[in-house]
Design a protein. Structure first.
Length: 163
């Protein structure tokens, strides 16, 4: 068989295309699991939340800034968003207002998770379109209860339980 450089290169390029191997991101629930988009620039904090919610069957996707958050939001259609207020580039309340004004998706619950928790801060969050507020620092139990009580469709079934 004759060597055809153009055909070989084309086959190699087709094989290596990134979109051939990338799996689509989950839409709201991934294999029955709720998907939460956590938008916070404190990566260590975000990873702790991600690990803490995993045993409850909740998948947490992390975005460290507004740009990454918008990209994930457009791809994922999360069940819920947890949004910090103090972030680089665009603050959380500005992002919240933008999501509420420009989103064509169903009204996804957005909960503010912030150290700015004075009554005026809470009021500003609700006026911007937040569905709830959780003040930092919080205990794991407060986080778990807040999320499980506010997830659309209710909390996921725990492993080993009967529906």
């Amino acid at each position: 068989m004759a060597y055809r450089p153009n055909e070989t290169a084309e086959a190699y390029n087709t094989f290596c295309r990134w979109d051939r191997w990338v799996q689509p991101l989950p839409k709201g629930r991934s294999m029955g699991k709720p998907v939460i988009l956590l938008i916070d620039d404190e990566v260590a904090y975000a990873r702790v939340i991600q690990a803490a919610l995993k045993p409850y069957g909740i998948e947490v996707l992390i975005a460290g800034n507004a740009t990454d958050a918008l990209l994930l939001y457009q791809q994922v259609h999360p069940s819920m968003i947890l949004l910090d207020v103090m972030m680089p580039e665009i603050d959380g309340l500005t992002l919240l207002r933008w999501l509420r004004e420009h989103s064509e998706q169903d009204r996804i619950p957005i909960h503010i998770v912030s150290a700015k928790s004075a009554p005026d801060d809470r009021k500003a969050a609700m006026e911007a379109g937040a569905n709830g507020f959780l003040a930092k620092p919080f205990t794991f139990q407060e986080l778990r209860n807040h999320i499980l009580n506010n997830l659309p469709g209710g909390p996921p079934a725990r492993p080993g339980t009967v529906d």
